[in-house]
Design a protein around this ligand. Structure first.
Ligand SMILES: Cc1cc2nc3c(=O)[nH]c(=O)nc-3n(C[C@H](O)[C@H](O)[C@H](O)COP(=O)(O)OP(=O)(O)OC[C@H]3O[C@@H](n4cnc5c(N)ncnc54)[C@H](O)[C@@H]3O)c2cc1C
Length: 575
């Protein structure tokens, strides 16, 4: 009975042409499943076109915006004014070469992902910044250099810094789109239905014409916290088109392990989680059941510098360290990672190396001087100064020593060890690892002193030292990211710090295959009528715009680009 009432109350009335050419009563022109960044961007475009929209989300209203709210707001831009002011010479051609060298597309099903990659790099080098700027989005003037690669010019990595931090971080990226959809809501064009979990896409013939699912009990958890799944009713809604924008699989360790590629070694036994619990991946199989094709399931982007949050919001909450290049990176047995696996150079090659060691963690060894300048933590809540969007707060970072959130981890984070002498540091590292001691103080000391000795000359054979010196040629690194090369054991630079680095789940690089209009492709290679997908569920466009690996700061932009395409195409195709 409760279910029946909920179904009846859920109906408004619009009419339109259904998948079989007949007329049908609809609840909206377009239904959007998922109120994250991709869904909100699509909704804003549809509202601009005067369409009636229902946006469904399984989470409560306070979690509006999904993962993007928690993000650092890093945005990949090419040849931006911020880059030019920092003396960086970037171009569409260089960025495309970097993207294709990183993506390494090599599959037949990479047809649409490659087309998306070309379109996305052109967007990043073209209208992306001005389009965002017109919507009020601003960027921090010092551009970051993520995924430096460290190999050949045609291989993986960013040849130049391209990571633009949004003023206001993730909330700053969301703000203009939230404002637009809230305005549409006030104008009666858009309705939100929170706590509505979609379990099925309904069809009329082959065309998708609606959704069915559960109404979940109201929840007053804080934003980002795990919400209950108690079912209090059911709903069914009809529309001329459905846009799926439900995010990836990073919150489901089961799905991550199931799809884990052999090329990255065995799946980690222990992982911590870099995304909220709602990133459960359920909609992928649901959309596949409605005729959508999933490609590149085995492509994913998980980080190797995860630390357990001492103040968790979601289950097993992991924070990623965004490291500068100077920390010494050791595997579980104390061996230095091979060239060019330095902090911030090549995420997936490092992940593979670590998994091949047979352990699912590694270590940074550094000192106070390095942590002060080189440790940034990913996440809006870990960067209150940037998130506030106030210059006074950001400038305080330059004068206050170790940033507050990093200091809190040094004091309270279970993965951090701070000691004055190396022997005690190593003893505590062994104790933290728990098993039979794997680290031997003499070997660790040998690695460090050999590295330190390389600093006696302005030249040498240690490629990491050369990379640090190279990084400091870039003004942005010299100012805020890379310390002057110095001995790790220099007493004045102490105390010493060890950080246990865990594998952290984050992004899904594969997903629903879509064409450049974000139409989901079916088994016959043609778009499934009425079905669109955008954001992480669509591999940020095409079913995997990144190919095998990412250049960073490319995910939020991928949600915006694919969400915009989905909204525009759906608006053009509904009556
Ligand atoms: C801490 C953190 C830092 C990050 N930093 C950056 C960065 O600096 N730069 C960058 O480019 N990217 C970054 N990212 C990645 C980026 O934020 C995400 O990839 C992006 O926000 C995903 O957006 P989305 O709209 O595709 O999905 P989501 O944000 O996951 O939203 C999907 C929504 O769909 C809902 N949903 C799912 N299934 C259902 C269902 N069955 N029924 C109803 N609703 C459903 C969910 O509840 C959710 O609200 C970061 C991510 C995190 C977590």
């Amino acid at each position: 009975m409760v279910k029946l009432v909920a179904i009846i109350l859920g109906r408004a009335k619009l009419t339109g042409v259904n998948g079989r050419g007949g007329t049908m009563a609809y609840d909206a022109d377009v239904i959007i499943v998922g109120a994250g960044l991709a869904g909100l961007v699509a909704a804003a475009e549809l509202a601009d076109a005067g369409k009636k929209i229902i946006v469904l989300d399984q989470e409560p209203e306070q979690s509006l915006g999904g993962q993007a709210f928690w993000s650092l707001g890093g945005i990949f831009l090419v040849d931006s004014p911020e880059q030019r002011r920092m003396g960086i010479r970037d171009s569409h051609g260089l960025a495309l070469e970097d993207w294709l060298g990183t993506a390494a597309f090599d599959r037949e099903e990479d047809f649409w992902p490659r087309r998306w990659a070309e379109a996305y790099v052109a967007f990043a080098a073209g209208e992306k910044r001005s389009w965002l700027y017109e919507r009020g989005i601003r960027f921090f003037p010092v551009v970051g250099w993520a995924e430096r690669g460290g190999g050949n010019a045609t291989g993986h990595g960013n040849s130049v810094p391209r990571f633009h931090i949004t003023w206001g971080t993730g909330p700053g990226i969301l703000a203009p789109f939230v404002a637009r959809v809230r305005d549409a809501e006030r104008r009666g064009l858009l309705t939100f239905r929170f706590r509505h979990r979609v379990n099925e896409l309904t069809r009329s013939g082959v065309a998708v014409d609606g959704v069915r699912g559960d109404i979940l009990a109201l929840s007053n958890v804080q934003r980002g916290q795990k919400s209950a799944r108690d079912v209090v009713g059911a709903f069914e809604l009809k529309a001329q088109a459905v846009i799926v924008s439900s995010g990836g699989i990073g919150g489901s360790h089961e799905l991550v392990r199931k799809n884990w590629p052999a090329r990255l070694g065995a799946p980690p036994k222990r992982m911590i989680t870099g995304v909220p619990d709602h990133v459960d991946g359920r909609m992928l199989a649901i959309t596949e059941s409605a005729g959508g094709t999933i490609i590149n399931r085995d492509r994913m982007w998980h980080y190797v510098e995860g630390v357990k949050n001492w103040n968790p919001i979601w289950t097993d909450h992991a924070i990623r360290i965004l490291p500068g290049p100077s920390s010494l990176w050791l595997d579980a047995r104390g061996r230095r990672l091979p060239v060019p696996l330095y902090p911030g150079f090549d995420t997936l090659a490092t992940l593979k190396y670590i998994m091949d060691t047979g352990y699912d963690y590694s270590w940074f060894i550094l000192n106070q001087k390095i942590i002060k300048k080189e440790f940034a933590l990913s996440g809006s809540e870990q960067n209150p100064d940037f998130t506030s969007g106030r210059w006074t707060q950001v400038l305080r970072r330059a004068v206050t020593g170790v940033p507050g959130p990093v200091k809190a981890f040094m004091e309270k984070g279970e993965d951090f060890i701070v000691e004055r002498d190396l022997a005690t540091l190593v003893k505590r590292m062994n104790a933290l690892a728990g098993s039979a001691p794997l680290l031997d103080v003499e070997s660790v000391a040998r690695e460090i002193t050999a590295r330190d000795r390389q600093l006696d000359n302005a030249f040498g054979k240690d490629a990491q030292i050369a990379a640090i010196r190279g990084a400091r040629h870039y003004l942005g690194d010299r100012l805020i990211r890379t310390v002057r090369p110095h001995r790790l054991l220099e007493p004045a630079a102490g105390p010493l710090i060890a950080v246990r680095l865990n594998i952290l789940t984050r992004k899904t690089l594969g997903g629903l295959q879509t064409d450049l209009d974000s139409r989901v492709i079916g088994a016959d290679g043609r778009p499934v009528p009425g079905l669109y997908a955008a954001g992480e569920v669509a591999g940020f466009g095409g079913g995997g715009v990144h190919g095998y690996a990412a250049l960073e700061g490319t995910f939020l932009g991928g949600c915006i680009f694919s969400g915009r395409a989905a909204g525009r195409a759906a608006a053009a195709n509904v009556a």
